[in-house]
Design a protein around this ligand. Structure first.
Ligand code: 13P
Length: 251
């Protein structure tokens, strides 16, 4: 079963509302008429609703960059799944390495966020990936498998069908140092093998696995040519309309 490629932009903590709406309109224009791929953008929370309004009626999907696990309550700084839906998001990034590294989120917390997203009908993108120290110690597969096992704990097969995985080696994020297409493919194939141990093989074969880490206009084509790379999660280059347009139009 073919997997529809997903080209996703993570805007991180950049852009005010006017800038975000402008970029969203450019992304919508660049995506027009493309039926063989999906395009998603994740603005900061403050611009989420404005961006959702700007791309309404287009094929562009809007995502949150994180999500709280309770519906509401005394959780200062968190945004709940119903709030994300209300703002116009359909998807949400969970377990990004910046959340893990800078804000101390662990696999248990990420699992709570993931299950809450799914319960409320948001499609999650679960991010996994090793640090440079972990790669050099030869523990890439162990780390990634642990992140998958704990992150996907209690996720049913039906829910897994709506979940996207993103492999983002921490050493490749924002460093300009992309994983080689062979390095990325190796881990993507490993992730699919792990998923086919957790779920049925046919389901594992349907899950989209995105690559993230210094994806640019110049390297997207060769990454997307790999058999287990089903899309990209783009940081820096997604903030540049021209570069992201070229990435959307990968061949
Ligand atoms: P860069 O594309 O800037 O390396 O960021 C990748 C990323 O973290 C996407 O979520």
């Amino acid at each position: 079963m073919p997997r529809t490629p997903l080209i996703a932009g993570n805007w991180k903590m950049y852009l005010n509302r006017a800038e975000a709406v402008r970029l969203a309109a450019a992304v919508a224009a660049a995506s027009q008429g493309l039926t063989d791929r999906e395009v998603m953008i994740a603005p900061p929370f403050t611009a989420l609703n404005a961006v959702a309004e700007a791309v309404r009626g287009t094929a562009v999907k809007v995502a949150g960059q994180n999500v709280g696990w309770e519906k509401e309550g005394a959780f200062t700084g968190e945004v709940s799944p119903p709030m994300l839906l209300d703002a116009g998001a359909e998807m949400v990034i969970i377990g990004h390495s910046e959340r893990r590294q800078v804000f101390g989120e662990d696999n248990a917390m990420i699992s709570l966020r993931l299950r809450a997203a799914l319960q409320h009908g948001l499609a999650p993108i679960l991010c996994v990936g090793e640090t440079l120290t972990e790669r050099e110690a030869g523990s890439t597969f162990t780390v990634v498998e642990e992140q998958l096992a704990q992150g996907l704990a209690d996720v049913t097969a039906a829910q897994m069908g709506k979940t996207v995985i993103a492999y983002e080696p921490v050493w490749a994020i924002g460093t300009g140092k992309t994983a080689s297409k062979e390095q990325a493919q190796e881990v993507h194939a490993f992730i699919r093998a792990v998923l086919s141990r957790f779920y049925e093989k046919t389901l594992a074969g349907r899950v989209r696995i995105l690559y993230g880490g210094s994806v640019k206009a110049e390297n997207v084509d060769s990454l997307m040519a790999q058999p287990d790379i089903d899309g990209v999660l783009v940081g820096g280059a997604s903030l540049n309309a021209k570069a992201f347009e070229r990435i959307i139009h990968f061949t």
